[in-house]
Design a protein around this ligand. Structure first.
Ligand SMILES: Nc1nc2c(ncn2[C@@H]2O[C@H](COP(=O)(O)OP(=O)(O)OP(=O)(O)O)[C@@H](O)[C@H]2O)c(=O)[nH]1
Ligand SMILES: [Mg+2]
Length: 343
């Protein structure tokens, strides 16, 4: 699952990318985008590792996609850049207040761009359907149903609203699947502030507009990390940087993806995995290895919190909190899972 760093040119997307992944942006990828990974901070996993002391530790990672910024002046280049954004599962719009833009204005403007792009895709399909549905075709009924499913979506977009909170029917879901609609993606606004102090009323404004938002002095923090270690404290004091923002941002980005974390722990390796909320034990098995899904027998599950509280698997079992589940079990955030399989 790729999370896109998106927005207008010069907002600081690549600066955020570098801070979070540790990888400097590659200029040769400026027009295509660049993928990097970052570890998802997970305090519960850290405590599990401390308790179990496995030989190997593998935390969960999230994929970040630094995309080319949209142009404010020349919207003709934006169609291709919006197409790049379509590949992302969730969006983080980076707005740089250091550049003098008003965050709420910029967020609204970006939203309009996304709405227009979606409207174009949906309208194109509607026009096509209107032409085909009057022809004598064997699939006429299906086309008519698709047309009916798409029309309310187009109306919503025409009214300048996103599809983020829309309850899609199965038919609608099917009809738009290949469009990867931009305004249907989960989104976070990340305000890249020039200074460590920031007027947080902007966050409240964005939130009342229906957008989740966080703010952080990303540029300053990156600068700090690039200094020799013995100069950092002085720079931080001078700039008023009290608490590092990297982990807080990664956590906020992780939350916007709507995933949960589950764990697999053996003496050899403790590992954290990400899974779509609502996914099953079979999905969890497939995330680990296709063999585990193919030969799935059962999942042995306990909650990491119980394990941490009681101190050992034996104690969890003694307390009756260890359970055996089938393929359809909906994995819960924080489950520790052992998949039994046979291939
Ligand atoms: N003063 C200041 N400058 C910043 C900050 N963050 C980024 N910049 C500068 O702003 C410029 C643009 O930052 P980038 O991170 O390249 O912005 P971008 O969003 O990736 O831009 P595009 O890839 O062109 O869309 C660079 O020169 C950065 O050094 C900040 O917090 N403060
Ligand atoms: Mg960039």
């Amino acid at each position: 699952m790729k999370v896109g760093l998106v927005g207008y040119q010069g907002g600081g997307k690549s600066t955020v990318f570098e801070l979070l992944t540790g990888v400097p942006p590659d200029p040769s990828k400026a027009y295509t985008g660049q993928v990097g990974v970052a570890v998802v901070p997970d305090e519960r996993f850290d405590r599990l590792v401390e308790l179990l002391r496995p030989r190997k530790v593998t935390p969960a990672k999230i994929e970040l996609f630094d995309t080319p910024g949209l142009s404010r002046e020349d919207s003709s280049v934006n169609a291709q850049r919006l197409a790049i954004i379509r590949e992302c599962a969730a969006l983080v719009q980076v707005i740089g207040t250091f550049a003098g833009w008003d965050p709420l204005e910029e967020a609204k403007r970006f939203e309009e761009d996304l709405i227009l792009a979606d409207l174009q895709v949906v309208s194109n399909r509607i026009e096509r359907l209107k032409k085909d549905v009057v022809k004598a075709r064997p699939d006429r009924d299906d086309l008519a149903a698709e047309l009916e499913a798409l029309q309310p979506l187009a109306e919503t977009l025409e009214q300048g609203e996103t599809l983020r909170d829309w309850q899609f029917t199965e038919q609608q879901d099917q009809a738009v699947r290949s469009f990867a609609l931009l305004t249907r993606k989960k989104q976070l606004v990340l305000i890249n502030t020039a200074e460590s102090q920031f007027d947080s009323s902007v966050l409240a404004e964005l939130q009342s507009h229906g957008l989740r938002a966080v703010a952080a002095p990303v540029g300053l923090e990156l600068e700090l990390l690039q200094l020799p270690e013995d100069e950092r404290a002085e720079f931080a004091a001078e700039m008023g940087l009290t608490e590092p923002c990297r982990e807080r941002l990664l956590r906020a980005i992780f939350e916007v993806t709507d995933q949960i974390t589950f764990y697999t722990c053996t003496e050899k390796e403790a590992r954290a995995w990400l899974l779509k909320r609502g996914a099953t034990a079979l999905d969890a098995a497939a995330a680990i290895h296709t063999d585990l899904a193919r030969g799935f027998i059962r999942a042995e599950v306990m909650s990491a919190d119980d394990l941490l509280r009681l101190g050992s698997e034996r104690e969890v079992k003694a307390a009756g909190l260890h359970h055996v589940e089938g393929k359809d079990y909906v994995v819960q955030d924080g489950d520790e899972i052992l998949i039994r399989f046979n291939v």
